[in-house]
Design a protein around this ligand. Structure first.
Ligand SMILES: *Cc1c(COP(=O)(O)O)cnc(C)c1O
Length: 394
């Protein structure tokens, strides 16, 4: 199996990298681009580069590359903040669009930030936070619900929701729906427009390889943009920032979701990284992803029978691009694997998580990872007392 697309990745020799769902690797070309931005645009151009290097257009330029990956018109995407801050902005905007409705629904097992931000918004706006059953989120949606906010692919289990069906189900009760696409964008086709999503957010440092802390994208359905009001009303969302006017007047469209000065270095790195998706058909990306996760599950079950519980759904329609294995000493398993050059990660309390990025992972990576996993278990390496205490970042 050859890597997809033309781009190459600067991965260290001898490493099998199965953690692109936490931090994507360095795309060749990013280093030179960043050097150029720092040396020429910033160093030489100084303040002139806001115009000469068109730094103000960076969010829109990056949106043009992300749009096709998530089924959005680039004009409906904005980049500039972390996923957490983007969640805050879109959640407040959603609730304001449903005056009289007092409930936000989220899953109890969602990524922490998603739940924390929802709780913060509920507190700020005097709303009820309602936890839904991840097996049936629509059961929690009724006529009191302003917003249902879900994560498309669960970060812990790798389980995937049916975006289209759930969105339609919530809309039938008049609720708005927000999708967090952090664990699906760049690993499979996503279609926010086709699913009729109202809002979406997504990370760019995972499968999009934008670099540590690269800014998230947010999507606002074009049907809602004229009414949607986000709460962080900074000068960059103003109709005319350099008029330095006293009163806030939002620009038309999704640009009103901007707040402050765009993170130029981070957006430049992301723009260069997204070249890796040039000419890559999304359907082929998904086919590859399923081939990799199918093979990993099959090999783990045949080579290491009854050692791990496979947490990730078998059903293709319900699976993201990762495989999560349950084991009481999962932390030690992951650390022992890393010592052998296979990098995955651990999620509390007992999950060893392996992300398969179809842009650069191959079936050879899968085979090597399982061989090393067999060696770890055979040598009881996961029980090493060195792994009894955890690192700060797991
Ligand atoms: C990675 C991830 C985030 C990260 O949020 P940041 O604010 O960028 O740190 C949020 N939500 C989900 C579901 C994630 O997977």
């Amino acid at each position: 199996m050859r890597p997809l697309g033309e781009a190459s990745f600067d991965l260290p020799a001898g490493i099998v990298y199965l953690d692109g769902n936490s931090l994507g690797p360095l795309v060749s070309g990013v280093r030179a681009r960043l050097d150029d931005v720092v040396t020429r645009e910033w160093g030489d151009g100084l303040i002139r580069s806001w115009n000469d290097a068109r730094w103000m257009e960076l969010s829109a330029r990056v949106a043009r590359r992300i749009g096709p990956l998530v089924g959005a018109d680039p004009a409906d995407l904005h980049l500039g903040d972390s996923t957490s801050v983007s969640l805050f902005k879109t959640m407040v905007a959603a609730v304001r669009l449903r005056p009289g409705r007092r409930v936000i629904v989220v899953e109890p097992t969602t990524f922490p930030s998603d739940g924390y931000i929802a709780a913060g918004v509920a507190d700020l706006m005097g709303l009820e936070l309602r936890w839904c059953d991840p097996a049936d989120p629509l059961a929690a949606v009724d006529e009191d619900v302003a917003l249902l906010s879900l994560t498309h692919v669960d970060f812990r289990t790798g389980a995937m929701f049916d975006m289209e069906a759930i969105t339609a189900g919530a809309h039938a009760h008049g609720a708005l729906v927000q999708w967090d696409l952090c664990h699906s964008t760049g690993a499979m086709p996503v279609d926010v427009r086709g699913a009729d999503a109202d809002f979406a957010v997504g990370c760019t440092y995972k499968y999009l390889n934008g670099g540590p802390g690269s800014p998230a994208f947010l999507y606002v359905s074009p049907a809602l943009q004229a009414q949607a009001r986000q709460p962080i009303t900074g000068w960059m969302g103003h109709r005319n920032p350099f008029a330095m006017a006293r009163d806030y007047e939002p620009v038309d469209g999704v640009g009103s979701f901007a707040s402050g000065t765009p993170p130029v270095l981070a957006l430049s790195a992301l723009e260069a990284a997204l070249v890796a998706f040039d000419g890559v058909p999304m359907a082929e990306l998904r086919r590859r992803s399923l081939e990799l996760t199918d093979l990993f599950i099959e090999l783990v079950e045949t080579r290491l029978p009854d050692v791990f519980g496979v947490v990730t759904p078998r059903e293709h329609l319900r699976r993201g691009s990762q495989v999560s294995l349950r084991h009481p000493q999962a932390y030690g398993v992951v650390q022992a694997l890393i010592a052998r050059g296979v990098i995955g990660d651990f999620r509390d309390p007992d999950i060893a998580r392996f992300g398969f990025a179809p842009l650069y992972n191959t079936t050879a990576d899968v085979r090597r990872a399982v061989e090393q996993l067999e060696a770890v278990m055979a040598g009881d390496e996961h029980g090493d007392p060195a792994y009894a205490t955890r690192n700060l970042v797991t």
